[in-house]
Write a protein that binds this ligand. Structure first.
Ligand code: ADP
Length: 240
């Protein structure tokens, strides 16, 4: 088998006396959509932060496309092709959608500027179903449209790996189906995705494989259906 796109090797993160991630190892191959699951407090967000470079590990390493990325600053990891969704509205709420996405396009390798960026931003907004809202301020968008904008902004970086941290949380049933369809379309185009997700319909629809964490450690890794019927996984969720 080819080198995995993402390799997480014996990764640990301590916060003072608390071990949030404890010797975590798993791989993600190109083209996979992998779910990162586990009860609240099991270390999923910390693990995502270790991959994106928002946090540096206490031990172990993260490799991306064969290269060690743990320890690099997050902007450098993003430029290497690891994008995550951010709550843009909090930081860039006053800026319109097109400019929000154009800012991401300017940042990517071989960055786009000016008219080229505006055109590419419009295409990305149409891709996520926000074409008509391009001129609206991010803060004026509905919740689902804010989610769409976060995704367009992440895609502007032309990522090879997309990190989604509960991107589908808080949507109504119709919006959830739209959100799932959007991720499924990216998957079908070959995007590699690592997603923390509690919405089980989405996990079943999108993830071929799941890694389950409990108390900072991996307790299961395998085909979604197999993992979700694993007694240790069920026990971890019931115990939380
Ligand atoms: P999950 O995403 O699975 O809910 P987290 O990664 O958010 O879990 O948290 C794992 C553990 O690490 C929790 O006990 C949490 O309180 C703790 N933790 C997370 N971030 C910090 C931090 N910055 N400082 C101290 N403890 C933290």
């Amino acid at each position: 088998m080819s080198t995995p796109l993402l390799e997480i090797k014996a990764l640990s993160k301590r916060f003072g006396g608390l071990v949030a991630v404890n010797g975590l190892s798993f791989d993600v191959h190109a083209g996979e959509v992998v779910g990162l699951l586990g009860p609240n407090g099991s270390g999923k967000t910390t693990a995502m932060n270790l991959v994106s470079g928002a946090l540096a590990p206490s031990a172990g390493e993260v490799r991306f496309a064969g290269r060690r990325i743990s320890g690099l600053p997050s902007h450098q990891i993003a430029r290497l092709g690891v994008a995550r969704t951010f709550q843009l509205v909090r930081v860039l709420g006053g800026m319109n959608c097109r400019d929000n996405v154009a800012a991401g396009l300017a940042f990517r390798p071989g960055g786009l500027h000016g008219r080229a960026a505006a055109q590419a931003a419009q295409q990305l907004l149409e891709r996520v179903g926000l074409g008509a809202q391009a001129g609206l301020a991010a803060s004026e968008l509905t919740y689902i449209d804010q989610k769409r904008l976060e995704l367009a902004r992440a895609l502007a970086l032309a990522p090879k790996l997309l990190l989604l941290d509960e991107w589908l949380a808080g949507l109504n049933p119709t919006e959830l189906q739209q959100g799932i369809a959007l991720i499924a379309a990216l998957r079908d185009e070959g995007m590699t995705v690592l997603m923390v997700e509690h919405v089980m319909d989405a996990v079943h629809a999108l993830c071929s494989r799941c890694v389950v964490m409990n108390a900072g450690a991996r307790i299961a890794d395998g085909a979604t259906r197999t993992v979700l019927s694993d007694p240790r996984v069920i026990e971890a969720y019931l115990g939380s």
